[in-house]
Write a protein that binds this ligand. Structure first.
Ligand code: ADP
Length: 226
């Protein structure tokens, strides 16, 4: 992965329905700009697995394919952001999902004298997403593959940490359709929130993985030049 230089701090949010490619792109963008990758999906799964107090409360929502309530996710993200220095910045994937979460994020970043610099919406249609999530396989640390569109080098094994790949319990077509429709209902106010701040950019998520990465890199590199 080519390293791109970005001279300022860069905090980027990737928005998009489940399965649009946020995790895949967050990994590529974090690696190319030297940023931290914070996936709230992975954070919630980690808290559930480790049976933390927040994870125990989030579990019932997760297994029903529902989003966790704002206060639980905000608490997990705050804990994670404050655990280490923000350094060059962070790529957030799966957060914020509501305007209340966006406001909490703005407040937390302000405590570090930072702000959200770009919000990228990865757009994709429902049928493409259902296909993608049926073939999705993830490692326990959340790295994401696809059986045919993005297969690992060794079948069933993560390229990055060698751990076994599994299908996510919530990657069933019916659960996915439900999550996509919740996403589409909930996200409009968030798009308006960032649209008003002139932070929102859109990319076509139906392109190949490399082309989506290229589109996002182009947007972020142009910001640095401003
Ligand atoms: P999200 O984090 O938005 O839920 P993922 O990054 O896990 O989505 O991607 C969902 C599935 O689609 C994965 O199996 C991934 O390998 C595959 N995928 C991601 N981006 C693309 C793309 N541009 N073209 C084809 N498949 C993709």
């Amino acid at each position: 992965m080519a390293k791109l230089t970005f001279t300022k701090t860069l905090n980027v949010i990737l928005l998009g329905p489940p399965g649009a490619g946020k995790g895949t792109q967050a990994l590529a963008i974090a690696a190319s700009f030297g940023l931290r990758h914070l996936s709230t999906g992975n954070l919630i799964r980690h808290n559930i697995q480790a049976q933390t107090p927040l994870g125990r409360q989030a579990k019932e929502f997760y297994t029903r394919g529902e989003y966790a309530p704002d206060h639980l996710v905000v608490a997990m993200v705050k804990e994670e952001l404050c655990a280490r220095e923000l350094e060059k910045g962070v790529v957030l994937d799966g957060f914020p999902r509501t305007v209340a979460q966006a406001e909490a994020l703005d407040q937390t970043l302000a405590e570090f004298c930072q702000q959200v610099d770009a919000v990228i919406e990865i757009r994709s249609d429902t049928e493409e997403i259902v296909q993608r999530t049926e073939g999705r396989r993830v490692c326990p640390r959340g790295h994401s593959y696809h059986l045919s569109k993005n297969p690992p080098r060794v079948a069933g094994q993560c390229n990055l940490d060698g751990l076994p790949l599994q299908q996510r319990v919530d990657d069933q077509p019916e659960t996915i359709r439900k999550r996509i429709s919740v996403y589409r209902e909930q996200t409009q106010p968030l798009l308006n929130y960032y649209g008003k701040k002139h932070l929102l950019r859109k990319v076509d998520g139906s392109q190949s993985i490399e082309d989506v990465t290229g589109s996002i890199q182009g947007i972020l590199s142009a910001l640095d030049a401003e």
